[in-house]
Design a protein around this ligand. Sequence first.
Ligand SMILES: Nc1ncnc2c1ncn2[C@@H]1O[C@H](COP(=O)(O)OP(=O)(O)O)[C@@H](O)[C@H]1O
Ligand SMILES: [Mg+2]
Length: 254
Amino acid sequence: MRVEARGVTVAYGDEVIFREEDLLVEGSGLYVIIGPNGAGKTTLFKVLLGLIRPVKGRVFLNGQDVTGRPEVAGKLVGYVPQLTSLDFPFPVSVEELVESAVALRRRPIRLFFPREERWRVEKVMEEMGIKDIADKPLGSLSGGQRQRALIARALVWDPQVLFMDEPVASVDPRGKAEIAERIKELSRDRMVLVSSHDPSLFLDSAKEVIVVNRGIVAKGRPADVMRAELLREVYGGGVSLVERCVHLVDSHIG
Ligand SMILES: Nc1ncnc2c1ncn2[C@@H]1O[C@H](COP(=O)(O)OP(=O)(O)O)[C@@H](O)[C@H]1O
Ligand SMILES: [Mg+2]
């Protein structure tokens, strides 16, 4: 498992988000991505997934060039996109969401579900504890249930690499802790990149922390990266370190 960006420059029109950045993430484990709103965390995921083509530079997954090629990257990486409150206005059920991940990859397209695919859908719903809400429309779910459904969807093909963009945002505190535990388990034999404004939920199991702020500002072991000076530089005043607990108060409206 190897995720690599080489000399990547990313811009939206005239607004440059990353300038000739390099990033190398190698091996299984949990990698926590932090940075204030608008820092470029979501942009980074999308570039690594081939969904955004960089102005300059290349992206490689396991040595394969996936720059601007989401159809290739999507075969290697499971992606949990960041939720916004406007998502899911359409009447799709939990089970249909999970099934859609199977159907999209199926080739040639068939009219019925082969047994093996049916089994995958059941298995991931079981693993994420959403079997009892399989028939519910996504619009009726709590934040935590939606995130579980999206994680199940990303797990259907048992990918060796998972990208999770703020998977515990808009989840109640108990749900946050439960989902974080599940994510840590998933990272035991996979590479999991997770962005979060609640890094303390993940730090005890994190292999590395990657700090993003219109660039890769820092990357390393949690103890080396989660230092007050560095975080203050990135977050301004909104950082308090209480013993080993880190509270990031992000007042910037992105
Ligand atoms: N599709 C887009 N078009 C123009 N600007 C964008 C687009 N997506 C994001 N941006 C801008 O790029 C910056 C980084 O955004 P994003 O990657 O979403 O940051 P984060 O996920 O860290 O909050 C922000 O200033 C945002 O407004
Ligand atoms: Mg984001």
